[in-house]
Design a protein around this ligand. Structure first.
Ligand code: HEC
Length: 159
């Protein structure tokens, strides 16, 4: 019994170590860069055939506006699987959407930042505790939020 337990614990720990080695995530920035490239490839495949990427890259829309555009494009003949549309939509929100950070819900903050829902929730919690954000620097004080990501979005934020 005693030996069995020790063996089990050892096996468990070894298994954990093995898993963490096998699935050691790339540095977040690497993983994000890869996801971004994959999503951009989908946007290019799904959206570019009719008009290139320019109408997208020169647009700045809210999430609701982008939803309307995606519906309109689908009605105009854009074809993709639901997953591809979702990937394209996520990419467009990360790169070409504007957001009011004092009104946005946690999930919208997360989508805009390209970060986890936990980060979105941290922003909402901070806002509830400290009042409205007035500047980008206020947002940078939220624990877990990337200053680099915020800087990259400074032209796409309203307060
Ligand atoms: C089957 C052809 C087709 C595909 C595929 C297509 N579009 Fe369009 N798109 C159009 C046409 C036609 C227009 C111009 C007419 C208009 O403004 O509705 C347009 C215009 C636009 C505009 C500028 C007008 C606006 O509403 O802001 C944007 C942005 C846009 N498309 C985004 C997209 C995105 C994102 C995708 C991929 C999910 C996409 N399009 C795929 C045909 C297409």
């Amino acid at each position: 019994m005693h030996v069995f337990l020790r063996v089990t614990v050892f096996t468990f720990v070894a298994a954990l170590a093995g898993v963490s080695q096998a699935q050691a995530p790339a540095a977040p920035s690497d993983a994000e860069a890869k996801r971004d490239a994959a999503d951009l490839a989908v946007v290019t495949r799904v959206c570019a055939p009719c008009h290139g990427l320019e109408p997208i890259t020169t647009s700045l829309k809210s999430r609701e506006e982008w939803e309307g555009t995606f519906n309109q494009m689908e009605a105009s003949g854009a074809t993709a699987t639901p997953q591809e549309f979702q990937q394209a939509f996520d990419y467009v929100l990360r790169h070409h959407s504007s957001l009011n950070v004092n009104r946005a819900a946690a999930t919208d903050l997360a989508a805009w930042l390209g970060d986890s829902d936990a980060v979105g929730q941290a922003i909402v919690d901070y806002r509830a505790a400290n009042g409205a954000f007035k500047t980008l620097d206020d947002l940078k004080k939220v624990p877990g939020v990337s200053a680099q990501k915020l800087e990259a979005r400074k032209g796409r934020v309203s307060f």
